[in-house]
Design a protein around this ligand. Structure first.
Ligand code: KIV
Length: 277
């Protein structure tokens, strides 16, 4: 079963209804061509703020702006016809107040065509999640390791070992009670993620949280081997496109230097009859 087998685009209630039925397949995308590749295979396409590091060379997600998310969100919705598109709320666009969060979430949805937003935080964001969901903004929550809080967490660490477990459980319960339709669990120990997935009635989508989550998400550039600056343990490389691209670019450079490219078949002549176009 896949939510994408339906004739219309997947919506948040379809994702919620997949709980206990079929694993929810999620990948990030930031551009139209990648969205087109991902769309037939995924239930959810996440326009993650990881685009700051993956596409824009930023050191973290902290510098990502609402305008960047709108630009890439639009590109992705143009390439997606079946999967649900979710856009990340960037750092600073929702933490101040529920009203600020609604103003920016409604812009993200109206200007990109996405059907939901994702925001980071558990108990402390519950009031905001309730405010948004009561006003027509479906929210995917994100708890465990929340990369926008890298400076307060002190790095990209596993969150929820031993004494920390109770806080992650409380965060999961709080976002569910506030009305989130799903929750990302990032870098949470497998047994804790399994327990939370069993306790909640909304689906959990894991990244570095083990196989017992209700779905999985990866950054598409990580799993394709296109982003290689660092490689967390949870990334499985399904292809080495960065390596293939390097070989192709090196071959092009060598052929240009040897005057082997362009060949006659890539070249126009002045006699119309002989030219290809
Ligand atoms: O920004 C992102 O890509 C994410 C996923 C890794 C969950 O938040």
């Amino acid at each position: 079963m896949s939510a994408t087998s339906s004739a219309r685009p997947v919506l948040p209630p379809d994702i919620r209804a997949m709980k206990g039925k079929a694993p929810i397949v999620t990948l990030t995308a930031y551009t139209t061509p990648i969205a087109r590749l991902v769309d037939p295979h995924c239930d959810v396409i996440l326009v993650g703020d990881s685009l700051g590091m993956v596409l824009h060379g930023l050191p973290s997600t902290i510098g990502v702006t609402l305008e960047m998310m709108i630009l890439h969100g639009r590109a992705v919705t143009r390439g997606a016809s079946k999967a649900q598109v979710v856009v990340d709320m960037p750092f600073g666009s929702y933490e101040e107040s529920p009203a600020q969060a609604f103003r920016n979430a409604s812009r993200l949805m109206a200007e990109t065509g996405a059907s939901a937003v994702k925001l980071e935080g558990g108990t402390q964001m519950a009031e905001t999640i309730a405010f948004l969901t009561a006003r027509g903004v479906p929210v995917m929550a994100h708890i465990g390791l929340t990369p926008q809080a890298v400076n307060t967490l002190g790095g990209y660490k596993v969150v929820g070992r031993e004494a920390e477990a109770a806080k992650v459980v409380a965060d999961a319960q709080a976002v569910e009670a506030a009305g989130a339709y799903s929750v990302v669990l990032e870098k949470v120990p497998e047994n804790l993620a399994a327990r939370i997935s069993q306790q909640l009635s909304i689906p959990t989508i894991g990244i570095g949280a083990g196989v017992h989550c209700d779905g999985q998400v990866l950054v598409v550039d990580d799993m394709l081997g296109l982003f290689t600056d660092f490689r967390p343990k949870f990334v499985k490389r399904y292809a080495e496109l960065g390596h293939s691209a390097d070989e192709a670019i090196a071959a092009y450079a060598a052929e240009v230097r040897a005057r082997a490219f362009p060949a006659p078949e890539h070249t126009f002549q002045d006699q119309v009859a002989k030219s290809t176009k």
